[in-house]
Design a protein around this ligand. Sequence first.
Ligand code: GLC
Length: 527
Amino acid sequence: MNPDTTLRADADWWRDAVFYQVYIRSFADGNGDGVGDLAGIRSRLPYLADLGVDALWITPFYPSPMADHGYDVADPRDVEPVFGDLAEFDALLAEAHALGIRVTVDLVPNHSSDARDWFQAALAAGPGSPERGRYLFRDGRGADGSEPPNNWPSVFGGPAWSRVPDGQWYLHIFAPEQPDLDFTHADVLADLEETMRFWLDRGVDGFRIDVAHGMAKPEGLPDMVPMEDTGLLADHGPGDHRFDQDEVHAVHRRIRRVLDQYPGTMAVGEVWVSDDDRLARYLRPDELQLAFNFKLLTAEWSTEDLRDAVVHSLASVSGTPAPACWVLSNHDRPRHVTRYGGGETGLQRARAAALFQLALPGAAYVYNGDELGMPNVDDLPEEVLQDPVWERSGHTERGRDACRVPMPWSGEEPSYGFSSSPETWLPMPADWAALTVEAQAADPSSIQSLYRKALRLRSSSPAFAGEELQWLPAPEDCLAFRRPGGLVCLLNLSHAPVPLPEGPVLLASADVSAGQVPVDAAVWLQG
Ligand code: GLC
């Protein structure tokens, strides 16, 4: 059957889909400038089809001065020349669809780039002008207005306000080059809808919505309770007026109305809200189809953390039409190989975590390089660091570059087939020859081979049927659960091997042939 026809027929495809996050700068470079691009993705589509992913999430590729590597969007309805052009995007979309892969793109509604025409017009038009009304310009406090309008901090460090030459201040929850838009202004919502339709009309299958718990700000922009900075994008909970305001749900309802006009499309929200009930509100029938649950992304390698992540993620979707949505790593957080201890231990745990994640009911996101067991590169020299966090924190936080190093594809030395140039936008380590896609494809015991087998089973075996999860009794410091279709997953987090449960083994992250599940291993069985 023509995959295009199949794709359209299944409107709920996203409920149990495996999405592959392409951090565009770091996935594959098609034109030899050392920066990943659309042509690079296009050339690697056969790899992704063979790996067995259902859909892509491509991070922002729109025109941008790159103050936050594309999350500062100067024009949401075009392509940044570094990444290609609209024709290249259309070709990528058509080829992905022909291979049965859906394509979702990033939507960045909360803020624009300071280079966007709207912001430039706002600067030129001056205080009180309609042009300033699309952003959050305010007079400062203190006798001469030299104090910021409130005490909100920027997520990237420093105050969330910058002053312009005429004395007013504007709000930026992220970098100064990312002014927040005012969603009470009709133009802002209308523009967001136009952007959505622009990409939906081209044929995209959905969106990942950046800072989906932002967008609404409280009336009067009151001071917030000063709180300790618990790290980038951490959810500070009630009292943090920058996020999770009730009015944000009206924006999500508008977004959903547009999506509903394009059957088979979806949106997943980046919602850093840890309270289960607050998170559930984003998943009401007329809001988002999916919200990342970041508890698994932040969990340490412990039974408590991992079980807690699953319990809360399931609790937040129960009572909503949404399935859970699992993520181990992304471009904002340390890679899980490193989070789990790094080295051989980190890799074994990442193998086990892959089986754990992919056995859970709902949608799963795989970050590019997860399937290679890529670690963080924590020893990047200071002079190559690019994340705005590095500058904004006064060189106290290195930021997110360590988890964004380009992917190694083949060969013995940098750039390992990522680019035709040996120079890449972030340097690649000298000892990654064994990590490459090519080296791992030839090794049936590699983590890449494990992912390939796991994704095949997940999409073909009836054992994965059903969205419920039943916890099973398990040895101490182990987690075990069963899915209605019969899949049993056991994860051994203890310090000794445990007996292999009965039943045919579907897949294991380590050798279970001796009738035992080794330390830091997981197994799938047909229960
Ligand atoms: C999201 C993105 C992050 C970006 C921020 C500001 O959290 O994932 O990379 O820096 O939004 O747009």
